[in-house]
Design a protein around this ligand. Structure first.
Ligand SMILES: *Cc1c(COP(=O)(O)O)cnc(C)c1O
Length: 431
């Protein structure tokens, strides 16, 4: 499979090159040159397949010859060694729990898949790769965990100081080894901008091989399409049209869902639910894309003012707004609406959602006002315990701390503070 840059200037590259480069030299995001639908029989018999078999069938064409089948199967077995249960909480409303991995947010799958691919590509080379990643909360922990101890790979994580939850911060600042955390005086968008600037800095590029572990990297972005297939496998027997509501920030997860649809998976509609960072809901209304500085919210992993993957979604619909609207709706919700939803879900169903899942729930319910006879699935993208204070306060109930989280609670944070691109560059060149 070849990948082209959405800026259409840089040359096409293989999967391997796309993963190692992260972003094309013309600053465009890489995009697969084709998406071939899977045979009907795959969807007809999906209940009989294991998660690993489903994933292999779905990702194989995007990786093709760069990783031999046997190695790809080993990678998938390692990446997918936990559950992805669909939990029905109301008639026609279910949640797909994506938080059963090591850092308890959905980013574990993409981070582990990318770490395994890079590990495979650098298996018999001495050159080191530096992975640069900006995090709004959960990416940092997932990438730190996925890449810990991977030979030949150094990981540098940028996170906005004071804008991630305590547990999120501990997950990305306490591992050591090949992982370094840079604490940035600024917002997530500042972090993301610094990372993008680093990829264009000639002095850096001469001195090191840099790549990105944000969802702009195809190895982080594409494996997220597995979730939608796992959900379909569990929801198919309901016999209803399926709607997915995805709490969205950088729009990588929902974009991967749309790729699953292009692979032939039957889906009635997608809902992209956001917090007050509403660049995409506004675009869907007005047709104008106006990126804004991000505002801090209780669903902090979605505090993104200029979502990087939205351009891939537009591209999937040939940049045609009417066609996009047929498949996607997008709504934004405030923190107080989110808390109300958390409490409502808990009181009425006993289910404890996290703030991101609650935003997804709200988006789904809004869509179902017009389309009640659909089977709605909202993604629970993180375990509620990662947002301990706000969840416990909202539902007035103490949460049990799972052992993955307990492990980081008593470790000491280690970070290096920076406040500009100069600080980042200085660290990269002299650390
Ligand atoms: C990253 C994240 C999101 C947003 O996902 P995108 O792919 O960036 O849209 C939503 N919820 C949680 C908990 C996250 O960590």
């Amino acid at each position: 499979m070849k990948y082209y840059s959405l800026q259409k200037i840089a040359p096409e590259v293989s999967f391997k090159e796309a993963v190692i480069k992260g972003i094309a030299p013309d600053r465009g995001l890489y995009f697969p040159e084709s998406i071939s639908p899977l045979p009907d029989s795959f969807f007809e018999n999906i209940e009989d397949l294991s998660n690993q078999e489903i994933a292999f069938n779905a990702i194989h064409q995007f990786v093709s010859k760069d990783i031999p089948n046997e190695n790809l199967k080993e990678i998938l077995a390692d990446v997918l060694d936990f559950e992805f249960p669909l939990v029905q909480i109301e008639e026609n409303v279910a949640t797909l729990e994506l938080f059963h991995g090591p850092t308890m947010a959905f980013k574990d799958v993409g981070a582990r898949f990318m770490a395994n691919c890079l590990g495979y590509f650098s298996r018999d080379k001495d050159d080191e790769v530096t992975v640069l990643v900006a995090t709004s909360g959960d990416t940092g922990g997932a990438v730190a965990n996925g890449f810990l101890g991977v030979k030949g790979v150094n990981v540098v994580i940028l996170y906005p100081s004071g804008k991630v939850s305590d547990i999120q911060e501990r997950q990305l600042t306490t591992l050591g080894e090949n992982i370094t955390a840079l604490e940035v005086a600024g917002t997530f968008d500042d972090c993301q901008k610094m990372v993008k600037t680093a990829f264009l800095d000639e002095e850096l590029l001469e001195n090191m091989q840099l790549t990105s572990a944000n969802s702009i990297n195809v190895a982080r972005w594409l494996p997220q399409l597995f979730y939608f297939l796992f959900a379909y496998k569990q929801a198919k027997s309901k016999g209803k049209d399926i709607v997915f509501s995805v709490p969205s920030g950088n729009f990588g997860n929902i974009c991967a869902g749309i790729v699953a649809q292009k692979l032939g998976m039957p889906v009635k509609h997608f809902v992209a639910a956001t917090n007050v960072n509403d660049t995409v809901p506004e675009f869907m209304k007005t047709g104008k894309y106006n990126p804004k500085p991000s505002s801090a919210t209780i669903s902090n992993a979605m505090d993104v003012g200029d979502p990087s993957n939205f351009i891939r979604i537009r591209h999937l619909f040939q940049d045609n707004l009417d066609r996009l609207r047929e498949h996607l709706s997008s709504y934004s919700f405030t923190d107080s609406e989110t808390k109300e939803a958390l409490l409502k879900i808990y009181t009425e169903t006993g289910y404890i959602a996290d703030p991101h899942g609650a935003v997804g729930y709200l988006g789904l319910k809004k869509y179902q006002e017009s389309f009640p006879d659909t089977y709605g699935i909202f993604m629970e993208t993180a375990h509620p315990v990662k947002f301990l204070d706000v969840v416990e306060e909202t539902i007035a109930q103490a949460l049990e701390i799972p052992k993955q989280i307990q492990k980081v609670m008593d470790k000491e944070k280690e970070s290096i503070q920076i406040d500009s691109f100069k600080g980042l560059k200085n660290f990269l060149l002299h650390a």
